[in-house]
Design a protein around this ligand. Structure first.
Ligand code: PLP
Length: 396
């Protein structure tokens, strides 16, 4: 309570903008939230309509299902993994568990992997919620250690450095690729290096693939190669399928670890949403539908890459003293704005008050002086980026 998340604080201001627009000089341009606003693949509506129109199927979908996911959905996920990502889920070696969003599932994995006093290693910068989750789940008794992956203005994750952070209390490392807030892509050799180090030291590595449908260059091999023994692939439909409100995700991990997470989830959630699983099972039911999803992802990847470029170029023009990382994937341009203000919260507040543009302070991701611009909310209206940057330019 004493340390609220900046994103949640901005959300409160945004809600006020929406409810009382008359209080503000002009409409807000919202570049703070990391969620897509383009519509989900059309096959989702088709599948949902089929379920609703079949009275018996609809009524049956109101029931509880198995904790780790419905068997038909688990099979459908294996089909989806193979058809879309080229990854074969190997019976006996890999197990899948479904969760109510990856936030919830990540928390269950934290509980399965760690005891009080254990250590969790997170990248710096990194997705701000992991630390909060570790605090909540571990009742503040877990230790979080930061592994710096940006040196100066370069993305340089060094597995050797990670190795020196690991102690006999370290249980879990979480990496995100493409990253949030940095939109950097972890190269194959670096992720393999991390997995080698972690395997030797008996540590789990969670690879958060929330943004895997948004690689702007070549897709790295770790999306399709067989899962390494100590690797947990965390996948969510929130971003790639554009359904964050449906709360549906899954993880692929070692079967015994999944059995432990399943036991935890029996006590926490009972089961993920049955209607959501049944709609997606239908959406993944045929080769044609999977092909349509693949095409939707390809088109989306191009669109996001274009908007990423536009956002980067407009930012360089509007804020010449800022040093941005050029996005390699994901939803963000992450930039060093310390030449304008050392305090990222104060600077974001100023841009909100004077330019009516909402950005997110980097401090919350572990990098003071930096700022995260999310272009995801504008992919349907990229002209908003240009307008936002014009406003910022005139304020500065
Ligand atoms: C890296 C990362 N992981 C996980 C999440 C949350 O995903 P979910 O909607 O599946 O809980 C987010 C949301 O922004 C994210 O950026």
């Amino acid at each position: 309570m004493e340390n609220p998340s900046a994103i949640r604080e901005i959300m409160t201001i945004v809600a006020d903008y929406e409810k009382h627009p008359e209080k503000y000089p002009r409409p807000l341009i919202y570049l703070a939230g990391g969620w897509p606003q383009d519509p989900p693949p059309p096959v989702l509506r088709e599948a949902a309509r089929e379920l609703v129109e079949d009275e018996q199927a609809f009524n049956l979908s109101a029931r509880y299902g198995p904790t780790k996911g419905e068997p038909d959905f688990l099979e459908a996920i294996a089909r989806y993994e193979e058809a879309i990502w080229g990854r074969r889920v190997r019976p006996g070696e890999d197990a899948i568990i479904v969760g109510a969003g990856s936030t919830e599932l990540t928390a269950a994995f934290m509980l399965a992997c760690m005891d009080p006093g254990d250590e969790l290693i997170l990248t710096c910068p990194g997705y701000l919620n992991y630390k909060r989750q570790a605090e909540v789940e571990g009742l503040l008794q877990l230790r979080v250690k930061w592994w710096p992956v940006i040196k100066g203005h370069e993305y340089e994750p060094d597995p050797g450095e990670l190795s020196s952070l690991i102690t006999d209390r370290t249980r879990l490392v979480i990496v995100t690729t493409p990253g949030n807030p940095d939109s950097m892509v972890m190269p194959d050799d670096v992720l393999n290096g991390i997995l080698d180090v972690a395997e030797e030291k008996d540590v789990w590595v969670m690879v958060d693939l929330a943004y895997r449908a948004f690689f702007f260059g070549e897709e790295p091999g770790y999306l399709s190669r067989p899962r390494r023994e100590n690797e947990i692939a965390m996948c969510t439909f929130s971003k790639e399928f554009r359904i964050p409100g449906w709360r549906l995700a899954y993880a692929i991990a070692e079967p015994e670890l999944v059995a432990a997470v399943n036991a935890i989830e029996q006590a926490r959630t009972l089961c993920p949403s049955t209607p959501a699983q049944r709609v997606l099972t239908r959406a993944f039911s045929s080769k044609e539908r999977l092909k349509a999803i693949r095409e939707y992802y390809d088109a989306g990847r191009h669109r996001y890459a274009e908007v990423a470029k536009l956002a980067y170029d407009a930012l360089v023009d509007a804020m010449p003293k800022a040093v941005p990382l050029r996005p390699q994937g994901g939803f963000y341009v992450f930039f060093d704005a310390s030449a304008y203000d050392e305090s990222s919260r104060r600077f974001c507040k100023r841009l909100l008050d004077e330019a009516q543009v909402a950005l997110t302070p980097g401090r919350d991701f572990g990098m003071e002086g930096w700022i995260r611009l999310s272009f995801a909310p504008t992919v349907e209206r990229p002209e908003l980026i240009s307008e936002a940057m014009e406003r910022i330019k005139s304020v500065l």
